[in-house]
Design a protein around this ligand. Structure first.
Ligand SMILES: [Zn+2]
Length: 223
């Protein structure tokens, strides 16, 4: 049976050492060809709380960052203060603010903003401010030659962000920079480029065979 599960746990804020309770995604079914994935390469989660649980937010200093960077504490979560009640997508805005305060790289802010956009959609609220922020930060990141990483794939993501914002010329410009190292089927990249050329800014769910090619191990050769 496929299901998602949250776990209540206690963590320590790395900034102010406050001990507090938060949730983590304890179980996430593996992606298979039936998993809903959109053309900007994100998996649609059934509840916005799941994505927001990837972040932890300190109730004392409001420092917010990926939960994986917080140390777990042995106190029971029932006896320590809770993370402040926050709308799921807003947690990503707090994380971007914490990132700014700590002068993190534009790529980190772009990834947070993108997750904020996806989280807003999962929550059923408008995510366009996150999308605009992701666009600005990812452009900054791609203009910085100093980082190594899958630039080709990020050029695809940038193409999608631009297309979703209706900036079709910018979208085409980035889709043209995508090569084999992106690990994406040519069929997908040319389809999205076609969409951009024809002025289509809608979100698109990927067909099962494309999901399989990109995300299901052992299926990659098929692309
Ligand atoms: Zn703190």
């Amino acid at each position: 049976m496929k299901f998602f599960k949250l776990r209540h746990l206690t963590v320590v804020c790395p900034e102010c050492q406050t001990i507090f309770a938060t949730y983590e995604v304890a179980r996430m079914p593996a992606i298979d060809t039936t998993t809903p994935v959109e053309s900007d390469l994100h998996r649609i989660l059934p509840d916005a709380e799941l994505r927001s649980s990837l972040l932890a937010m300190c109730p004392n200093c409001i420092y917010t960052w990926w939960l994986s960077s917080f140390k777990e504490h042995f106190y029971l979560p029932q006896v320590v203060p809770d993370s402040p009640p926050t709308e799921p997508a807003k947690k990503f805005a707090h994380a971007v603010a914490s990132g700014r305060k700590h002068n993190v790289h534009a790529l980190d802010k772009a990834v947070l903003a993108l997750n904020g956009y996806w989280c807003a959609k999962e929550q059923g609220v408008d995510g366009n401010r996150f999308l605009a922020l992701a666009k600005a930060e990812l452009q900054t990141a791609l203009n910085d030659e100093s980082w190594a990483g899958n630039r080709s794939r990020y050029n695809y993501v940038m193409g999608e962000i631009a297309r979703l914002t209706g900036d079709f010329a910018l979208a085409v410009n980035h889709f043209e920079k995508v090569d084999k190292s992106a690990g994406l089927p040519t069929e997908l990249v040319s389809k999205m480029q076609e969409f951009a050329v024809s002025g289509n800014k809608s979100s698109v769910r990927l067909p099962p065979h494309i999901v399989g090619t990109i995300f299901v191990p052992g299926n990659r050769a098929a692309g």
